[in-house]
Design a protein around this ligand. Structure first.
Ligand code: 3PG
Ligand code: CO
Length: 553
């Protein structure tokens, strides 16, 4: 039984409004022309940095510090917000799947049993992101899974690939498809009928999130389930090469692979098994709903095949979605949000659609909904749909800033928490100029929030979930930008492994509060205890330690 009562902080008062601002994709890097945060005018964030070392510092946001397998794993929003909200480091999906594959436990669970009953007489479909980005999925895990299922009796396998170019370099889809094709050819030599059946770019096909645009999921459904798409090819490698002439990896249109009679080689039909092999939740939840829910009105499914479906993980612990899964998700319990609400902290959270679940669902340990709707209000500002955000780099930063400001000035909330998406969402487009504009917009939103905090005598905590906009090129070991063979720069659309800033301040910050010097390796998971302190509480003893102390003077 959990004791939810938090102890009072011996030195810090209660009753201050605390703004928790998460800049998405905002890391710290050396200044140069590819550091968009440096190039942009960001007077507010610059002024916070002046507070170093007592009021500004860096924290780790990648690798083991956020529960990822290795130091080479860049941070991402899921693990970043999980750590920020939960105050502890949980082994994350990437790592849990690695372990389950290595130990073979993945094949012993209920989820695998369930799907494997189709192996004899039906097709196993694997749907997911094809890259080694390690954010939503990993190619080596797919390879191990293919090997594992074929050794355990899968006779007919169809892979539905989503090309990346967002967590990895644009253009890398070609190599990944080649690798997969080789693997499938080897399986065919062993008598397994294994093929790629369909594909499309992740941002245009299937991997929408937070119900921003169901058309994205529908395009995937049509190709994967119905075997229908505007483009038909007999070979996936050819498909990707051809479609890349007019779109980059993230946005390839949907295609299906057909046989010599122009018939789709792998629609999903009654009796088949389906596994969505992404471990990360946000961009699989919508497809999971379409695959699992008998009652569904988000688009016309045309056919709703009777399948056995399992996720790589269970994606939503509250909805228990999907009900069958191969690997148990991290059990992120007792999050700071839940503690604070149970200790009376009235909480407001806001972002625009594309990041809304980050400050709610991820923050609360991959759990949708409120802990106590009387004390909480979550506001989603609708994102623009059907554009790439380099076209509108300001996104809804201003609107998020305004909502946060109003929430602060209303004095109805003790915590006002936002995610400002610009650095990340525009950074992912690889458009350097637009990302500079994006960073400026994010900085302006921070200013609005800090001004409101000033007016109510509150406290602010400004931080980020991982790096992105601070580095827009791929570099060699000595840090020099790399070029493609044709002389063009290798644009980095992905996140980085760089640390992120955290700043504290505001008129409500008690005198003497400063960053401790004895937590030099602090990471995002240390932020929750810090925020609890600023609300006047001591964090639970198993939380990662607070970053602040109160000096007597
Ligand atoms: C995405 O899903 O957009 C990227 O793969 C990761 O971005 P995020 O972790 O910032 O959401
Ligand atoms: Co991102």
């Amino acid at each position: 039984q959990v004791s939810w009562k938090l102890e009072d902080h011996p030195k810090l008062p209660k009753g201050k409004t605390v703004a928790v601002v998460v800049l998405d994709g905002w890391g710290e890097n050396k200044p140069d022309e590819y550091n968009c945060i440096h190039v942009a005018q960001t007077p507010t964030m610059d002024s916070l940095k002046q507070g170093a070392p007592e009021k500004w510092r860096l924290v780790k946001a990648h690798g083991p510090a956020v529960g990822l397998p290795t130091e080479d794993d860049m941070g991402n929003s899921e693990v970043g917000h999980n750590a920020l909200g939960a105050g502890r480091i949980f082994a994350q999906g990437a790592k849990l799947v690695d372990q389950a594959l290595a130990s073979g436990k993945i094949y012993e669970g209920e989820g695998f049993k369930y799907i494997s009953e189709c192996f004899q007489n039906a097709t196993l479909h694997l749907i997911g992101l094809l890259s080694d980005g390690g954010v939503h999925s990993r190619l080596d895990q797919l390879q191990l899974l293919l090997k594992g299922v074929s050794e355990r009796g899968a006779k007919r396998i169809r892979v539905h690939v989503l090309t990346d170019g967002r967590d990895v370099l644009d253009g890398s889809s070609v190599g990944f498809v080649e690798t997969l094709e080789n693997d499938l050819a080897k399986l065919r030599e062993k008598g397994v009928d294994a093929k790629i059946a369909s594909g499309g770019g992740r941002m245009y096909v299937t991997m929408d999130r937070y119900e921003n645009d169901w058309d994205v999921v529908k395009r995937g459904w049509d190709a994967q389930v119905l075997g229908e798409a505007p483009y038909k090819f007999t070979n996936a490698l050819e498909a990707v090469k051809k479609l890349r002439e007019n779109a980059n990896d993230q946005y390839l249109p949907p295609f299906v692979i057909v046989d010599e009679n122009n018939k789709a080689v792998g629609p999903i039909v009654d009796g088949d098994a389906v596994v969505t092999f992404n471990f990360r939740a946000d961009r699989m939840v919508m497809l999971a709903k379409a695959l699992e829910y008998p009652d569904f009105d988000k688009f016309d499914r045309v056919r709703f095949p009777k399948i056995r479906y399992a996720g790589m993980l269970q994606y939503d612990g509250e909805l228990k979605l999907p009900s069958k899964y191969l690997v148990s998700p991290p059990e992120i319990d007792r999050t700071s949000g839940e503690y604070l609400v149970k200790n009376g902290i009235r909480t407001f959270a806001c972002s625009e659609t594309v990041k809304f679940g980050h400050v709610t669902f991820f923050w609360n340990g991959n759990r949708s909904g409120y802990f106590n709707s009387e004390l909480e209000e979550y506001v989603e500002i609708p994102s623009d749909v059907g554009i790439t955000f380099n076209v509108k780099p300001n996104m809804k930063a201003l609107e998020i800033g305004e909502k946060a400001r109003d929430a602060i000035l209303s004095r109805k909330f003790d915590q006002v928490r936002v995610n400002i998406p610009n650095g990340d969402m525009v950074g992912h487009t690889g458009d350097i100029q637009a990302t500079v504009v994006a960073c400026k917009a994010a900085d302006e939103a921070v200013k609005m929030i800090l001004d409101a905090i000033e007016q109510v005598g509150g406290i602010y905590v400004v931080t980020a979930d991982h790096g992105n906009a601070e580095d827009m090129v791929k570099r060699n070991k000595s840090g020099e930008p790399l070029k493609h063979k044709n002389g063009e720069l290798q644009i980095l659309t992905s996140h980085t492994c760089l640390p992120v800033p955290i700043a504290i301040g505001g008129p409500g910050l008690a005198p003497g509060v400063r960053f401790r010097k004895d937590v030099p390796t602090g990471g995002l998971a240390n932020v929750a205890a810090t925020v609890m302190n600023l609300h006047g509480f001591v964090a639970p003893s198993d939380y990662e330690t607070t970053l602040i102390e109160v000096a007597d003077n």
